[in-house]
Design a protein around this ligand. Structure first.
Ligand SMILES: [Zn+2]
Length: 214
């Protein structure tokens, strides 16, 4: 199996023109965009964004997400206490939705990227097809991640209608938005071709073709 890289061909990310690239990088002869075979420094960037996201995930869950003021007094809620509040007040579907969108999805996304980074870092040839699917899933979910922000907005509106209380976003909202953006950047920096690299190397070494068994 030959790859475009072996023929030194790279396609432009901006205009799609396929051109010959003698060294690792250059510029598109048609539109002038930077050309490279791979996303540059993919692993390092993905790690950096992921670590930042993991760190910010802590304040996003520990600090108050919403500060509600009513006649009774001021109450601040974290994401989890908001979920508990909704659950206790009988809003089970909404409680489940907020829990899933705001706690589970970001965590699963970070775990998935971490898994991809560790396996590619160790040049593992374990389940490359499944890992590629996992990457596509993370990328797909990333586009819908702003859903989490919408959920919080809807929740805020709902509380306001129900209790006529004043409501403000807490510091966790900023941390949470940062987690969403950072996990998206992390997924975008990752180059899924890294998953297949150890298999190509293995094939080059043995001179065999790898077939459907992988
Ligand atoms: Zn171009």
């Amino acid at each position: 199996m030959s790859t475009a890289r072996q023929y030194r061909l790279a396609s432009c990310h901006d205009c799609g023109l396929l051109s010959k690239l003698p060294s690792g990088h250059g510029h598109c002869p048609r539109c002038g965009a930077a050309l490279h075979f791979r996303k540059p420094n993919s692993m390092a960037k993905t790690w950096a964004y992921l670590i930042a996201a993991i760190i910010l995930y802590i304040p996003a869950n520990v600090l108050p997400m919403m500060i509600t003021g009513s006649i009774v007094g001021v109450q601040s809620d974290t994401i989890l206490s908001g979920v508990v509040y909704l659950w206790v007040s009988g809003e089970w579907p909404l409680a489940a939705l907020v829990f899933f969108a705001s706690i589970m999805v970001p965590m699963l996304k970070m775990i998935a990227i971490l898994l991809l980074l560790i396996t590619c870092g160790r040049r593992s040839n374990w389940q490359p097809q499944q890992r590629t699917k996992l990457y596509r899933l993370v990328e797909f979910v990333g586009r819908w991640s702003m859903l989490d922000i919408y959920v919080v907005t809807i929740l805020a509106a709902l509380v306001q209608v129900q209790s006529l209380a004043s409501i403000a976003a807490g510091p966790a909202a900023v941390a949470f938005a940062a987690v969403v953006v950072l996990t998206m950047l992390s997924a975008m920096s990752f180059d899924p071709r890294l998953i297949w690299d150890p298999l190509d190397k293995e094939q080059e070494a043995s001179g065999e073709t790898h077939d459907a068994k992988h």
